[in-house]
Design a protein around this ligand. Structure first.
Ligand SMILES: [Zn+2]
Length: 71
């Protein structure tokens, strides 16, 4: 996978979302929002993603590009 910013070959890895809350009331969520939705302040509609996605790291830009599946 090539970096979309600099074109450098990226390192393949994994992206994981964290879990918040207590043991009895823990929740984890990852969502994707379109740019149009991000302009809204309320009632944003996102796409729920699977928590673990494929990720690629660019050592040049120090950025991660991740590919998530919709839940
Ligand atoms: Zn890069």
């Amino acid at each position: 996978m090539k970096c979309p910013i600099c074109g450098n070959e990226m390192k393949k890895g994994k992206v994981e979302a964290g879990t918040t809350g207590s043991i009895t009331n823990a929740s984890t969520s990852v969502k994707w929002f379109s740019e149009e939705e991000l302009k809204k302040k309320f009632m944003r509609k996102g796409i729920n993603l699977r928590i673990n996605g494929e990720g690629y790291y660019c050592e040049e830009c120090m950025k991660v590009v991740a590919i998530f599946d919709e839940k």
